[in-house]
Write a protein that binds this ligand. Structure first.
Ligand SMILES: CC(C)(COP(=O)(O)OP(=O)(O)OC[C@H]1O[C@@H](n2cnc3c(N)ncnc32)[C@H](O)[C@@H]1OP(=O)(O)O)[C@@H](O)C(=O)NCCC(=O)NCCS
Length: 150
């Protein structure tokens, strides 16, 4: 598969089922509630600009997605930072460069609206995902996430 067979487009509310299905295929357990909250925020909130994309085949089947947020501050001024919350490629379509293609389009999209930094949180033990982000030019930030168990 090469780039010309996969189209990247902005995510629509109707992509909900496809996104939940891909996530379930990856995690082997469904979590529609998680995406209900995210889609609600993405499509109904006025405080966030859409920054989520899907990768679809020529027949319209969605095979991957990336979800992010650009916070729109007071008076419609954009923050210069955005977050990448979730990325998922249908396991049957992984290792074909679709993740990289989605990531590149995501960055281009953010750049055009003035974002100059994107952050994301990755599980330290998820070496595959860390490798993917590193290959896509992410590096550890200077702030660290602290926590305390209660
Ligand atoms: C991490 C993830 C996004 C990567 O997506 P992907 O489409 O497989 O990514 P790419 O194909 O761009 O790159 C993956 C690897 O394939 C390689 N690759 C790219 N094009 C290739 C091709 N045509 N042939 C062979 N390998 C290729 C890349 O070099 C890369 O190799 P590397 O890992 O050694 O660097 C995907 O594996 C995924 O969704 N994982 C689960 C993520 C997750 O848990 N998300 C939370 C729940 S949704």
């Amino acid at each position: 598969m090469n780039d010309s067979t996969i189209k990247i487009r902005l995510m629509k509310a109707e992509d909900f089922d496809a996104v939940v299905a891909i996530d379930e295929k990856i995690l082997k357990s469904p979590r529609p509630e998680y995406y209900e909250v995210k889609f609600e925020k993405l499509f109904k909130s006025k405080d966030y600009l859409p920054a989520s994309l899907v990768a679809e085949k020529e027949d319209g089947t969605v095979v991957g997605f990336v979800m992010g947020e650009i916070y729109m501050g007071e008076f419609g001024i954009f923050q210069e930072e955005a977050s990448l919350d979730t990325i998922g490629i249908d396991p049957d379509y992984q290792h074909k460069g679709i993740g990289e293609q989605l990531m590149n389009e995501f960055m281009d999209h953010l750049r055009t609206v003035g974002v100059n930094k994107v952050n994301t949180l990755v599980d330290w033990n998820d070496s595959k995902l860390i490798h993917f982000f590193s290959a896509n030019r992410f590096s550890p930030s200077k702030t660290i996430n602290l926590e305390r168990s209660l």
